[in-house]
Design a binder for this molecule. Structure first.
Ligand SMILES: Cc1cc2nc3c(=O)[nH]c(=O)nc-3n(C[C@H](O)[C@H](O)[C@H](O)COP(=O)(O)OP(=O)(O)OC[C@H]3O[C@@H](n4cnc5c(N)ncnc54)[C@H](O)[C@@H]3O)c2cc1C
Length: 406
């Protein structure tokens, strides 16, 4: 099998496929891991994308594949999963729920039961919450959780997709942080590949070569041809379409793919000497203008910051046109969440266009099966059902494994 792209989707695919045959993995850059890799910065482990979090921790789909392929990576579960910062006070979900009016408590219980056991109504999450609750605070809570989890506003996510996210949370549990951060996961997979039947080639793939409707190999930018009839692409659905010669795909299909929305976000990396967050889960600042969630990853792995320091990662969905203004609003949110606390903004990173949070926003994922025989899509434009971020990627790779029977 040929795998194009050494992001998490490509690495998981290669690790599974190598069990039943030779794999050539093409990665254009000198590092594996794509948007799930550490970047050293002033002694802190920042990342190319992710917030060092695995959405379903040590029991989720990613952890399951890692264990299956023999990748040695420890994921430590967060405890609690999250807390809510409301009017300057921090609350756990259960405490907050106790303080609610009786009718709202009943409505929440009913909604959670519905989410676990039914497919969910049509319409957006925003419609659903507005329909069930009178107070705007409930929409704010959902905005923070969804923004943190999938970088989308409740108006852009379908209620049925939220229901499958919640089902997965009940099935697999809450988040965790891998020891070594994102690169802890990537290094463990790299070790697996090095000990297996996998050739890692540092080249950029230019074309998927097709004959009579079937893939027969790939061509790299230096003009070399590599034959294989099974190709897994981890470079995103739009780019995969762009690798196919004109006329190979139906125009209507191509138009549909080009209209898929990506999810866009900003991450603000903060350094502190005194802890801002006192647990290893996510802090949701309810009512903040932009920031939806923050995690102090060094509460689980202190090696992600210099000794005596903490690294806090803050995430926000991009809502306005000016990235600069969006970042300013994010920093104001952090100042308001932690008045009188000193922090240093290490850097802010923005993700959109060719480098988004997800190549298909939650619920807009494509099938693993591409409309050319022998070509399959993995990665964050082909996430499995209800799969948040890298868990969706792992679920997508599990689907591919069933499709190919490997
Ligand atoms: C701000 C932000 C926060 C996030 N937080 C989290 C989080 O906390 N938890 C979580 O689970 N997820 C998180 N995510 C999402 C997660 O990082 C991505 O979904 C995931 O890393 C995508 O992996 P991928 O394999 O699909 O793609 P990528 O990581 O983009 O990998 C694609 C690879 O293909 C290579 N490539 C591209 N073109 C070619 C070519 N022509 N030839 C050869 N190689 C090529 C690229 O160099 C790259 O290495 C976050 C993302 C962002 C941006």
């Amino acid at each position: 099998m040929i795998v194009i792209g050494g992001g998490l989707g490509g690495l998981l695919t290669a690790a599974i496929a190598a069990k039943s045959g030779h794999v050539i993995l093409f990665e254009r850059s000198s590092n594996l891991g794509g948007r799930f890799r550490n970047i050293p910065f002033k002694g802190y482990a920042l990342t190319t994308g992710a917030l060092h979090m695995v959405p379903h921790g040590s029991e989720g789909p990613l952890a399951q594949i890692l264990a299956e392929v023999g990748a040695k990576c420890t994921i430590v579960n967060s405890s609690p999963w999250g807390t809510f910062l409301l009017d300057g006070k921090e609350h756990r979900f259960t405490n907050l729920r106790h303080q609610l009016p009786f009718l709202d408590k009943m409505r929440i219980s009913k909604l959670i039961t519905e989410m676990r056991f039914t497919k969910g109504p049509s319409g957006s999450v925003e419609d659903l919450i507005k329909d069930r609750f009178n107070e705007t605070i409930y929409l704010e809570v959902v905005r923070c959780i969804l923004g943190w989890a999938v970088s989308c506003h409740p108006s852009d996510v379908q209620a049925k997709d939220l229901y499958s996210i919640v089902r997965n949370i009940f099935n697999y549990g809450g988040p965790g942080v891998p020891i070594g951060g994102c690169s802890g996961v990537i290094r463990s997979l790299e070790d697996v590949l090095l000990g297996q039947n996998v050739s890692i080639v540092q080249k950029e793939v230019k074309k998927i070569v097709v004959d009579d409707g079937k893939a027969i190999g790939v061509e790299t930018t230096d003009g070399d041809f590599y034959p294989d009839e099974t190709i897994g692409s981890d470079v995103g659905i739009k780019k995969t379409v762009g690798m196919c010669r004109d006329g190979v795909l139906e125009a209507e299909y191509v138009r549909g793919i080009m209209n898929i929305l990506e999810s866009r976000g900003i991450k603000i990396n903060i350094a502190v000497s005194e802890p801002l967050i006192h647990h290893s889960g996510v802090l949701f600042p309810i009512g903040a203008a932009r920031v939806e969630g923050m995690n102090q990853v060094t509460n689980i792995d202190p090696s992600l910051a210099p000794q005596g320091k903490h690294l806090v990662m803050c995430h926000q969905t991009i809502m306005g046109h000016s990235i600069r203004k969006e970042i300013k609003k994010g920093i104001t949110d952090i100042e308001e969440a932690f008045p009188k606390k000193d922090f240093e903004v290490l850097c802010a990173q923005s993700y959109f266009g060719m480098n988004p949070v997800n190549r298909a926003a939650h619920g807009l994922d494509v099938s693993q099966q591409f409309p050319i025989d022998g070509v399959y899509i993995v990665g964050d434009s082909a996430k499995g059902e209800g799969g948040i971020e890298v868990e969706g990627i792992a679920l997508g790779v599990m689907k591919l494994r069933s499709l190919l029977d490997i």
